[in-house]
Design a protein around this ligand. Sequence first.
Ligand code: PEP
Ligand code: MN
Length: 353
Amino acid sequence: MIVVMKIGSPEAEITRISEELKSRGLTPEKIVGKHKVVIGLVGETAALDPLQIQEVSPWIEQVLRVEQPFKRASLTFRHGQASEVVVETPNGEVYFGEHHPIVVIAGPCSVENEQMIVETAQRVKAAGAKLLRGGAYKPRTSPYAFQGHGESALGLLAAAREATGLGIVTEVMDTADLDKIAEVADVVQIGARNMQNFSLLKKVGAQPKPVLLKRGMSATIEEWLMAAEYILAAGNPNVILCERGIRAFDRQYARNTLDLAVVPVLRSLTHLPIMIDPSHGTGKAEYVPAMSLAAIAAGCDSLMIEVHPNPAKALSDGPQSLPPERFDRLMQELAVIGKAVGRWAQPPVALAH
Ligand code: PEP
Ligand code: MN
């Protein structure tokens, strides 16, 4: 349920209403919008009569029910206002959200060694990426596949951060590793396979770093938003949703089915920023540019793209990784669509050749 306050409502009145609602066993959350203040209410609201709440104050404009099972994640909870996620990086603040330029995150699937991660960071930065991605702890289908270098790779990400000033996005798979990952990461990633690892969601919800929540490969949109709700309910409002492809029935040609329809669907359901990962979404480097362009045209807020200095030699996800030269070119292509939709802030980059 949400309580929409009239424009100009006195602060003391908002506090008084919140206290009154607390005494009725509800958890009020004040959301300050551009024009209006909204009080979001979580708790047993099913039996409550909105008209009774309306009577609490003449400053209340409207009391609305949030019909969906996800509350804090719903667009209604913020009365239709997009939220923004601010990521602090050494190069400055990076904003994710509907009213901000598109943010491109790029880097290898896994951190392999210092030289490759630092060089990749320099290349993607020069091309206009704002954050560097790279896995230290890798969720692999086979226990015999490369599992990531773990803690030592965190040190290498820190070196790349130091060298370039780019913010770092890296995955946490285990609650036990969260603290050391959060020391290096500017955004903590929850991978597709852990989207419903509820103890992990509660843990990342209880720490301050923004969270990138990937969609589970067989998750419905509602399950995904309920997973985001866990993080929000635990106290962390900074969640970015990342579509990375859902399980395909035809895997002969593409690794997953990149569900670009989630962009308008999520926009109608949630205020959270939307990211698209065309690399895992297709599994093939040659399909990444087309889907990146389409994602921007569809209205996404951010892209995550795998880039590797030598994809043929990559320890994981080589086939879907772009070489740096192709990423340079892609950024120029993306700028055309990004500008067309009025969401491109990156300066034009020079072609490598
Ligand atoms: C990744 O980002 O490298 C990754 C493992 O992604 P996903 O969880 O989407 O498979
Ligand atoms: Mn990968």
